[in-house]
Ligand binder design. Structure first.
Ligand SMILES: [Zn+2]
Length: 362
């Protein structure tokens, strides 16, 4: 957001057309080199018109840096952004969301104006003393914008994770999806399945005016009016297509257009990437488009290819993590690994018991 210290709009002088992200460059597959810019320090400021803004330092002693190697992949960014939202939304978290956002930016890179900042830093004429002022302006963003973008992405991912766990017979996340967190609203996505439609009056959606979230809230209100229940009274899996459509509606459109790749001088069909949220949504959409059929989830055939990195959520702590080609289902923290082992033991005891009973019946 190109705003100066007084909150006035200042047009960018960066060239947005020089940076190219092709189909093969974005997503959770393999190594992906982003042009993320790292700032060492940020300054927070309150402006009358834009509220709290974060301005990166671009001055002597605080020169911004480009990743030379080990740039975070789309999957890395997706998992870390999800975990940032989870932390911000956790009632037991004592640090302010502003602190957590700035900490994320310092660790991963600047979240906005990705194309323009990269263009500045790679321009042969670039000089810190001359361009620093403009880079600071281009990089300035509103904390409120970040929170709004983060909430939307967090809601979409939460819904997806709840969906995935449900396909693996774990309804916990889906049942809790409607609950509001410390800062972010819950999504009453699954509430309608907590009651039987035969018991409920017809819902008139006309006042929602096509707003999906409003419609879901009306479903939730109808569910509450019938009977308060903490379990599903319908088999949610039977509504798989309907649920899929709702998830797709939450994902923003991508602007795809032809760009010239300056390295190869060839035209490529590429997505516009301005913010880290564009990268995350794109990675998420790709994951969905490459997903296996619901009935195959958890089966050996659903195992990703060796090079594939998939963003999953841990069934024990709920954090997002990246599963490489092995079949790990936990985030790898010792307590989650332990919980997984205990669950395996319980399951095998249950299975042995079922086997024994089965033999007796026969
Ligand atoms: Zn975990």
């Amino acid at each position: 957001m190109p705003y100066d210290a007084y909150g006035n709009y200042v047009p960018s002088k960066a060239n947005n057309r020089t940076d190219v992200f092709g189909y093969d460059a974005i997503g959770g597959v393999g190594q992906l080199i982003y042009h993320l810019v790292h700032f060492k320090e940020y300054e927070l400021d309150y402006t009358e018109s834009y509220g709290l803004i974060a301005r990166p330092y671009c001055q002597k002693g605080y020169a911004p840096e480009l990743y030379t190697k080990d740039s975070p992949s789309g999957a890395d960014l997706t998992a870390s952004i999800y975990n940032l939202a989870k932390k911000i939304d956790d009632p037991s978290e004592e640090r302010s969301y502003t602190d957590l956002i700035i900490e994320w930016c310092k660790q991963y890179g600047h979240p906005y104006a990705i194309d323009s900042l990269h263009a500045y830093l790679t321009d042969p004429q670039y000089k810190l003393e001359e361009d620093g002022y403009f880079i600071e302006k281009d990089g300035t963003f509103r904390i409120e914008d970040f929170m709004r973008n983060l909430e939307r992405f967090y809601q979409g991912m939460r819904m997806h994770f709840a969906f995935e766990h449900m396909c693996l017979d774990n309804d916990e996340q889906a049942l809790a999806l409607h609950k509001d967190g410390k800062h972010f609203a819950g999504l009453p996505f699954f509430e309608q399945y907590k009651y039987d439609p035969d018991d409920a009056p017809e819902i008139d959606y006309s006042s929602a005016d096509g707003d999906l979230v409003k419609m879901m809230q009306m479903d939730a209100a109808a569910a509450n009016a019938v009977e308060h229940t903490d379990d599903f009274s319908r088999v949610v899996f039977d509504y798989y297509e309907e649920l899929q459509e709702k998830l797709v509606d939450l994902i923003p459109d991508f602007r795809m257009r032809l760009k010239v790749n300056p390295k190869t001088r060839k035209m490529v069909f590429a997505a516009d990437v301005h913010s880290v949220f564009d990268i995350c949504w794109y990675t998420f959409a790709r994951k969905l488009s490459e997903d296996v059929a619901p009935e195959d989830k958890g089966r050996a055939s659903a195992k990703p290819k060796e090079t594939e990195a998939v963003v999953m959520s841990c069934p024990f702590c709920g954090e997002a993590f990246i599963r490489r080609w092995n079949r790990t289902i936990t985030c790898g923290k010792p307590e989650c690994h332990k919980a997984r082992k205990a669950m395996n033991q319980r399951n095998s005891r249950k299975k042995r018991k079922i086997d024994r009973v089965g033999v007796n019946i026969i």
